[in-house]
Ligand binder design. Structure first.
Ligand code: CTP
Ligand code: MG
Length: 235
C-alpha cells in the first residue's frame, strides 16, 4: 500500500484495542506486576476496563501459562479475545495484530502497566486519528534535565552532552493508529519500546496529544505505591 493512499482511507469505522500484559516484569521483581492489586482491583483489570469503554473490540495479550486468566477475562466480558504474546513487546503486539479484524479502522495499543490512563485520554488519541492523523500518542513535558552519558576509557560514566529539554517529551500509551498504518509499521519490524517508533521508522507522521502526569507506568515496586496514592487523589 502506498503511503499517499493513507489520507483517503476512512478512519471512522470500528476501534480495536490491544492491551499488552505478556511481559515478565523483570524490573518489578517476583510478582507479575499486571496482576498486582491497585485499589482492590488488578492492574490489568483497570487497564482493560478503560479500554473497554473506549473501544469496540478488545484483545488482551498474556504470557504463556496465563491461558486460564485469559479464558476468565473473556468469560467475564472484560475482553473479546486473548492471545499469547511473544518474547519482546513488539512481538506481543504482532501476536494481537494477527487477530484484529480487517474491518478495524483504528487500532489502539495500551500497556497494562499503565492502569491510570483515563477514558478521556483514550478518547483523545482516537479522536486525533478520526480527525485525520496516521498516529496519535500522548506525551508530557520532561521535568528533569536530561544528559547523554558516555563511558570514558577508564570505565567512568561521564556527561557527553546536555539535551535541550524544550525539544523533549516523555511518551505514554494509549497510542492510536490508523489500522493500515500500524499493520504496515509492524510488517517488517523487529522491536521498539513503543509502536509509534515503528511508524516513525516507516516515515509516518505521529501527532502528539496532551498526556497525563498521573498516567505513570508501573516498572518497579515503588511505582505501584505511587499509583496507589495517585488513584486515591484522582477519586
Ligand atoms: N509486554 C508484553 N510482551 C512482552 C513484553 C512486554 O505484552 N514480551 C507488555 C508488558 O506486560 C507491559 C508493557 O508491555 O504491560 C510495557 O512493558 P514493560 O513495562 O517493559 O513490562 P515488562 O516487559 O513486563 O517489564 P520488564 O521490562 O521490567 O521485564
Ligand atoms: Mg519490558
Amino acid at each position: 500500500m502506498e503511503v499517499n493512499s493513507v489520507e483517503s482511507l476512512p478512519s471512522d469505522g470500528p476501534v480495536w484495542a490491544i492491551v499488552l500484559a505478556a511481559g515478565s516484569g523483570r524490573r518489578y521483581g517476583v510478582h507479575p506486576k499486571q496482576y498486582e492489586l491497585l485499589g482492590g482491583e488488578r492492574v490489568l483489570d483497570r487497564a482493560l476496563g478503560t479500554c473497554r469503554a473506549a473501544a469496540d473490540h478488545v484483545i488482551v495479550v498474556l504470557a504463556p501459562g496465563d491461558e486460564a486468566i485469559g479464558e476468565q477475562l473473556v468469560a467475564d466480558g472484560a475482553a473479546d479475545a486473548f492471545v499469547i504474546g511473544g518474547v519482546e513487546r513488539s512481538d506481543s503486539v504482532r501476536c494481537a495484530l494477527a487477530n484484529v479484524d480487517e474491518e478495524a479502522a483504528v487500532i489502539v495499543v495500551h500497556d497494562a502497566a499503565r492502569p491510570l490512563a483515563s477514558a478521556a485520554l483514550h478518547e483523545a488519541v482516537v479522536a486525533a486519528v478520526h480527525a485525520g492523523a496516521e498516529a496519535a500518542i500522548p506525551a508530557i513535558a520532561v521535568i528533569d534535565t536530561i544528559k547523554r552519558v558516555e563511558v570514558d576509557s577508564d570505565g567512568t560514566p561521564v556527561v557527553a552532552a546536555t539535551l535541550d529539554r524544550r525539544e523533549l517529551v516523555a511518551v505514554q500509551t494509549p497510542q492510536a493508529f490508523r489500522a493500515e498504518v500500524l499493520h504496515r509499521a509492524h510488517a517488517h519490524a523487529t522491536d521498539a519500546t513503543d509502536d509509534a517508533a515503528l511508524v516513525e521508522a516507516n516515515g509516518g507522521r505521529v501527532v502528539i496529544v496532551a498526556g497525563e502526569v498521573t498516567n505513570i507506568k508501573i516498572t518497579g515496586p515503588e511505582d505501584l505505591a505511587v499509583a496507589a496514592v495517585l488513584l486515591a487523589s484522582l477519586g
